[in-house]
Design a protein. Structure first.
Length: 67
């Protein structure tokens, strides 16, 4: 966790809020790497939610031919 931090500023993060790379627009990282730290709880459902959100965003981009 934390290897591909999510954030708004490309200087301090690798991914935007939809788990899309700041540098490579066709790269989406949908695992636990977008969080800056681990918790003591099982993150499986949160990983699924983040993946689903990124997939919806990517589908919308495909629909408008932006990716």
């Amino acid at each position: 966790m934390g290897t591909t931090r999510m954030g708004r500023d490309p200087k301090n993060s690798v991914l935007n809020g939809f788990c899309q790379s700041h540098d490579l627009k066709n790269l989406f990282v949908v695992d636990g790497g977008c969080w800056p730290s681990a918790t003591c709880q099982n993150p499986t459902e949160t990983v699924l939610a983040v993946s689903w959100r990124a997939s919806d965003y990517l589908a919308e981009k495909f629909r408008w031919k932006e990716v």
